[in-house]
Structure formats: structure tokens, C-alpha cells
Design a protein around this ligand. Structure first.
Ligand SMILES: [Zn+2]
Length: 461
């Protein structure tokens, strides 16, 4: 348990007035306050917040609460440019969902071939037809037919397919390959895009069955062709992030992101028993409170060298839409984002690690965890590698874009996970307070050092 020294501004005056000789105890700025931890948790995980369902008004209310706290700490808003008041901390995310029917490659009068979508970024594409084999690079803006070398797609080919500069790639697939990729194809029957992020601008991928591919031979290379997908339904919805920042004094433009997700799974009428509200106390009100306390302490201290972003993401539980928007609209080059620490489920200890320890997902992938540990963090490797937690929170959105990004947690696989019973009453507040406190100094070091974390060879996701 942490010592409970508190800053008392009136002390110096009191000392003079009473003439008492007091040894001045240097009150550390880095002191997490259990009363605050409890108060934030009691708001965020209350029944009145209705489980903060992804994209619901309760998610937004959580965001406004977090914004209100950041404003009190003196943290600048980092939300919508035209936002006013607390709204300046809020990022409004528009999600467009389109259901796709048939997709066809139009080859001119009365000639078309049906395609199976693997990834559809746009429902209407036009470009010059090109042909390559899978080990070649497609031309920018083209619609390119890709032949495989032996009827399979090697694992290592996928990154270049997904990152292709073409508008579309059409892979000629023998029956075995069609079968192998049928799972992907089912998912591609809908398209979800986040407005403003440029999502969907990367290459669309399709399969064409080998037996139909003969029709393509008659089309000269360079002909302008169209790919059209039938839209069967289209809806738009919102989610929100709550974002604040402290501008660094260092002038390097480097930044650190501290984050958590404010949404949970809401109310489920079909849940067993009387309690239908999934409060999400541990998941992830606890992480939000960790970021909030770090924000308060950093804002109260000397200005850090690196800029620090505090982001509370919406719709993590529904597909990471909040973090995808944040990354897609980030206001400086992503290379300047030196590290991201996401905080998840710190409300209870994990018996698999030491009493005061936290664990870091993907610890072995970069040198960030070990370096934080060298600087005092009680941080160890994730003891549940089989759960693949590294890919199960918002950090993965950033990691896939190259940012050294991990999640800090102490989730011990308790059975209240994603249940209505993930309630305040199960929180271990002294543990949680101490856990957040233990990461404060290492974070203060991280936002002030010139040291940069890096992925270990071959470990970048
Ligand atoms: Zn979570």
C-alpha cells in the first residue's frame, strides 16, 4: 500500500505562524490518490452509465466526464477542431457500414465476371487492366490480375498484397485456394469505413475462380475496366474519443500516447439473471482511471520534454473504431509517436505474477518493457501468452502502423470478464491505487528522456 502523504499548500505559512520546526517532507508529485480512484470508478462503472455501450450516448458521457477531469487538470483539448467547451476534447467518429451483394468485373458490352471479395475498400472502381505474377509489384492505380506461382498464396506475400498501390488486385484462384480463403470472403460481404481516415484507399482484393479466368484473356492489357459492388444496405453511426494533450518543451516533436478504452459492452437484455448491466469496472474503467491519474500527476508537475497525449477510445469492444480514427487523423507524423501504453484491467491483481507486478502484452517484442522496468516499473512479461492479449486491445491498431505500442494490465483471467458481474464491488482499490502509482515514475522518465524504444528484429506485428 502506498504512503498517504498529501500536498498541503498552507503548510509553509503554518510553519512560520506557529514557529514549529518541521522537517519538510518532499511530497512526491507522483502520488496516486485512492479517494480519486474510487470516485472516478464509482462514476464510470455505475449502473447509471449503463455499461458504456460502444457508440452509445453513455460512451459519450464517459468521454465528457473524462474531458471535464482533464480540463480541471489544465490539460489542453485534443479533440474536434470546431468543438467548444468540453466538446473540444471529444473526437467525433463517423462509421459507415455497407452491406455488399454481388461484385462484378465489367469487361465491356454484355461481358462480366463475378468476383469474390476478400477486402472491399470501395464499391465502384475504375482503372487500366494489368497482369502480374504474385512475386511482382502492381502499378499504382491499376486493376491488376495476379497469377499465383503454384496455386497458393505464400504467407509472406500478404503484406505486399494488402499494401499494394493498385486500386484492386484480382487473384486467380484454383478451387483449393477459393476454399482456403472462404472465411475471409464471408467477412468481405460488408465494408466498414471510418470517415476522415483514408480507410478504404488501399487496394481492394478479390478472387476469381480459375475456371472463369479464361474470359479475362481476351481483354488487352491497358483497357479501362470497372469493378462494381452491389450495395444492399448502408448505415452511418458514431463513436467518440476523449483526447487531451500536454505540449512538450523539448522541441523534437516527439510524443507519447497514454490510452485506455472508455466503452464497454452496455446492457444485454438476454443476460442470465436479473442484472443486465455490464458495468465494465475492470474492463476498462480501471484503465481509464489509470490514465486519468497519470494525466493529473503529469499536468501538476514540470512540463515534460515530449508531448503527451491522453486518449480515451470509444468502440474498442466493437472493432477498435476509436483508436483507428485517432491514428488515421493523428496531427503529426506517426514516426513522431515514440510509444503508446494502453491500460487495461488493473482493478485486481493477477496471481500469475508477483504481488505488486503488472504485465505488459508483447513484452518480448520490443525493448520498451525492459527499459521501463530498468527505470523502476514493476513490469513483467504477459503470463498468459496463449490468450494473445497483445492483439486484443487498442495498442494493436498503433502497433500495426509501426508505433511501439503495448498494453499494461494485471488481468488474472477472472470469471467476471465481460459479465454483468464486472462490478465496482470486485475492485481491489488498495491494489489498484498501488499498481497505478508504481507506473508513475517510469512514465515520467519516458516522457522526459531522449531514449527511443524499438521493435526487436522480426517482432514488429
Ligand atoms: Zn478492455
Amino acid at each position: 500500500m502506498k504512503p498517504s502523504f498529501r500536498r498541503k499548500p498552507a503548510m509553509a505559512l503554518a510553519t512560520i505562524v506557529t514557529g514549529l520546526l518541521l522537517f519538510t517532507v518532499a511530497v512526491p508529485q507522483s502520488s496516486v490518490d485512492e479517494k480519486r480512484v474510487r470516485a472516478h470508478m464509482e462514476f464510470l462503472a455505475s449502473d447509471d452509465m449503463q455499461g458504456r455501450g460502444s457508440g452509445t450516448k453513455y460512451e459519450k458521457l464517459a468521454g465528457l466526464y473524462l474531458a471535464s477531469q482533464m480540463k480541471q487538470f489544465g490539460i489542453a483539448p485534443g479533440g474536434d477542431k470546431d468543438g467548444i467547451g468540453l466538446g473540444a476534447y471529444i473526437q467525433t467518429v463517423e462509421i459507415e457500414r455497407t452491406r455488399i451483394g454481388k461484385t462484378t468485373l465489367d469487361l465491356g458490352p454484355e461481358k462480366s465476371i463475378s468476383l469474390t471479395g476478400l477486402r472491399i475498400g470501395n464499391t465502384s472502381l475504375e482503372g487500366p487492366l494489368k497482369r502480374i505474377s504474385i512475386d511482382e509489384t502492381a502499378e499504382a492505380g491499376s486493376i491488376t490480375i495476379v497469377t499465383t506461382l503454384d496455386g497458393t498464396i505464400p504467407r509472406e506475400a500478404f503484406p505486399s498484397l494488402f499494401g499494394s498501390p493498385a486500386k484492386a488486385l484480382i487473384l486467380i484462384a484454383p478451387p483449393a485456394l477459393m476454399q482456403q480463403l472462404s472465411g475471409f470472403a464471408r467477412r468481405a460481404s460488408s465494408m466498414t469505413r471510418i470517415k476522415g481516415t483514408g480507410e478504404g484507399e488501399s487496394a481492394s482484393l478479390y478472387l476469381v475462380a480459375e475456371e472463369k479466368a479464361g474470359l479475362l484473356d481476351s481483354i488487352p492489357v491497358g483497357s479501362i475496366v470497372n469493378i462494381l459492388s452491389e450495395i444492399t444496405e448502408s448505415t452511418t453511426s458514431n463513436t467518440w474519443n476523449s483526447v487531451g494533450k500536454i505540449e512538450g518543451s523539448g522541441g523534437s516533436g516527439e510524443a507519447i500516447l497514454l490510452s485506455a478504452h472508455m466503452d464497454h459492452v452496455g446492457v444485454r437484455e438476454n443476460a442470465p439473471g436479473d442484472d443486465k448491466i455490464f458495468n465494465g469496472a475492470d474492463d476498462d474503467a480501471s484503465g481509464c482511471v489509470a490514465v486519468l491519474e497519470l494525466a493529473r500527476i503529469l499536468a501538476a508537475g514540470p512540463r515534460p520534454k515530449r508531448t503527451v497525449y491522453f486518449a480515451f477510445f470509444g468502440s474498442e469492444e466493437a472493432g477498435g473504431f476509436g483508436s483507428r480514427y485517432f491514428v488515421g487523423t493523428f496531427d503529426r507524423p506517426l514516426e513522431k509517436l515514440v510509444a503508446n501504453l494502453q491500460f487495461e484491467m488493473l482493478g485486481r491483481p493477477d496471481a500469475k505474477v508477483g504481488k505488486d507486478e503488472l504485465w505488459l502484452t508483447g513484452y518480448e517484442r520490443s525493448d520498451l518493457g525492459s527499459e521501463l522496468a530498468r527505470n523502476g516499473a514493476k513490469l513483467v512479461a504477459d503470463p498468459h501468452p496463449e490468450e494473445n492479449f497483445f492483439e486484443r486491445s487498442d495498442n494493436i491498431t498503433l502497433a500495426r502502423r509501426g508505433v511501439v505500442a503495448h498494453t499494461v494490465s494485471s488481468y488474472g483471467l477472472h470469471t467476471d470478464y465481460h459479465q454483468a458481474s464486472d462490478e465496482i464491488s470486485t475492485m481491489d482499490f488498495p491494489y489498484m491505487t498501488n499498481a497505478i502509482d508504481s507506473i508513475v515514475k517510469p512514465v515520467i522518465w519516458l516522457v522526459n528522456t531522449d531514449w527511443k524504444p524499438a521493435w526487436k528484429e522480426g517482432m514488429k506485428p
